[in-house]
Design a protein around this ligand. Structure first.
Ligand SMILES: Nc1ncnc2c1ncn2[C@@H]1O[C@H](COP(=O)(O)OP(=O)(O)OP(=O)(O)O)[C@@H](O)[C@H]1O
Ligand SMILES: [Mg+2]
Length: 462
């Protein structure tokens, strides 16, 4: 336990003396006073890690002093020392911001434990405060790089709507900056001091996702041995960011719709209705309209989510952003790695400009991190970039293997054939086959039903 600088106001007598000696024996520095006036003076003059106030028998100015101490140093610990019959004062003091109380006649051990707990709590609050500040910096508009009209348009909408409570749907391919934009909305809104909670809807199975979002009561399902507070509750007064929302099951979709409409829900296995005030930002790298057409996504939810639509175009459609982003990452990584890398050779520049960037800005970022790390010269050369298929072929043009028969072919036949091929290539794992064709699992499932496709192994096993 680290040592603290403590201000201790106590009544004259052996009890106060004993505590003071105990605290000092633990290595803490103690300034002690006997009255409120002295206490106020110290508080105005110096910063303390902890303030311990012994409550006088006749009740007194404790509550007022707590307020004063908390105002003077909001991160300090303030505790009250109370006689058992003074508990109501202690509770009032806690309402005014005191961090805890210890009852007389107590064991010194109890005080020590209380101080330790409060210290841990305080370091968490400090870390949280620090994280929030750094998050603010990460999501500053100045650090969102790009001059393309498309990005400027997105940012101008973000600035206009950040302060409202409107739900926002961010669409864009993987790595285009959807999470960055969601963070920018939150940290530039009136909710910035409150939580920004992110949930990846594709990372969890249906029932787990519901419990993640809405929490559960103890015993709600096998393995639910404790009550759990869900992400919506954690995000109260702040913003929740639901990533990959297209992967949500119909039952979860219905619950999220209800939160949007009524701002309320129940925990899984619970009956109590919980009210929340949460702003919802969602993102999808799939086309939700296609999911709606495939009856996999509710259209009423879509309209609620999509009050404001932000569509972030892929990097290959805003090539003017590539070099500014490239220079930004180069500066950043050479700074972080203390390497003197100053720029790109003209060949590397044109390679960056011509490449198709299927992984968008994340791919660019990773590629430059690697390039700076490996580069032995001041200028990044094409070899340092190690881009896949770096001749810059656009995947849409790279489909020489598909040929239309002389007399033409109905598109649906082609579609069915491709789906079958993808399934075979993916060993009939629908999720992997969906990835080959760039559609969601649900759309894949829908098409399999539509075309009546059967896995020969399934049939055999039945
Ligand atoms: N305009 C930008 N300026 C600076 N950095 C950016 C910009 N856009 C994205 N990035 C960076 O690129 C990386 C990928 O961005 P982000 O995680 O927001 O993408 P995403 O669209 O959420 O991706 P995914 O769909 O894969 O989840 C992050 O490191 C982010 O900080
Ligand atoms: Mg993301």
């Amino acid at each position: 336990m680290t040592t603290l600088k403590i201000l201790f106001m106590h009544l004259a007598g052996p009890l106060g003396q004993g505590i003071q000696e105990f605290l000092e024996s633990q290595g803490h520095t103690v300034n002690w006073v006997l009255d409120e006036e002295g206490c106020r003076q110290w508080l105005d003059q110096e910063i303390f890690d902890g303030v311990i106030l012994e409550v006088k028998p006749e009740g007194d100015q404790t509550v007022e002093l707590v307020r004063h101490a908390k105002k003077a140093h909001s991160f300090g610990i303030v505790m009250c020392l109370v006689h058992p019959e003074q508990l109501s004062i202690a509770l009032e003091a806690m309402e005014q911001g005191a961090d805890g109380y210890v009852k007389q006649a107590f064991e010194h051990k109890e005080l020590q434990i209380a101080l330790q707990r409060l210290q841990e709590y305080r370091s968490l609050v400090g870390a949280n405060f620090y994280l929030r500040r750094t998050q603010d910096l990460i999501y500053r508009f100045d650090d969102i790089i790009g001059d393309s009209p498309a990005l400027k348009k997105v940012l101008s909408i973000v600035k206009k709507v950040a302060h409202s409570n409107a739900s926002i749907l961010i669409e864009g391919e993987t790595g285009t900056g959807k999470e960055l934009i969601a963070g920018a909305v939150h940290y530039n809104s009136g909710r910035s001091e409150k939580p920004f909670i992110k949930v990846n809807c594709a990372a969890l199975q249906d029932t787990l996702l519901e419990s993640e979002l809405f929490g559960h009561e103890k015993g709600a399902f096998t393995g639910a041995d404790k009550q759990r507070i869900g992400r919506f509750e954690q995000a109260n007064f702040g913003t929740i960011f639901l990533d990959e929302i297209g992967d949500m099951s119909p039952s979860t979709q219905a619950k999220v719709l209800r939160v949007l409409q009524e701002q309320e829900f129940e925990r899984v296995g619970g009956t109590k209705t919980i009210k929340v005030d949460v702003r919802l930002i969602s993102a999808s790298n799939k086309d939700l309209r296609e999911e709606i057409a495939a009856k996999c996504f509710r259209d009423d939810l879509y309209y609620r989510l999509n009050v404001v639509n932000l569509c972030i175009p892929p990097l290959r459609e805003r090539r003017e952003d590539i070099l500014p982003l490239g220079s930004y990452f180069l500066r950043r990584f050479s700074g972080e790695m203390s390497k003197k890398v100053v720029g790109f050779t003209p060949e590397a520049e044109s390679m960056l400009r011509d490449y198709t960037w299927p992984g968008n800005i994340r791919e660019l970022r990773n590629s430059l991190e690697r390039a700076v790390l490996l580069s032995e010269k001041e200028w990044i050369r094409p070899d340092d970039l190690s881009l896949h298929g770096a001749d810059g072929m656009d995947p849409l043009n790279d489909v020489d293997t598909i040929h239309m028969p002389e007399g033409g072919i109905p598109l649906v036949v082609m579609e069915k054939k491709l789906i079958l091929e993808a399934l075979e290539r993916a060993n009939w794992v629908q999720k992997d086959a969906a990835q080959f064709l760039g559609v969601s699992r649900r759309v894949m499932h829908y098409k399999i039903q539509k075309f009546g496709i059967r896995n020969p192994n399934w049939v055999k096993n039945k």
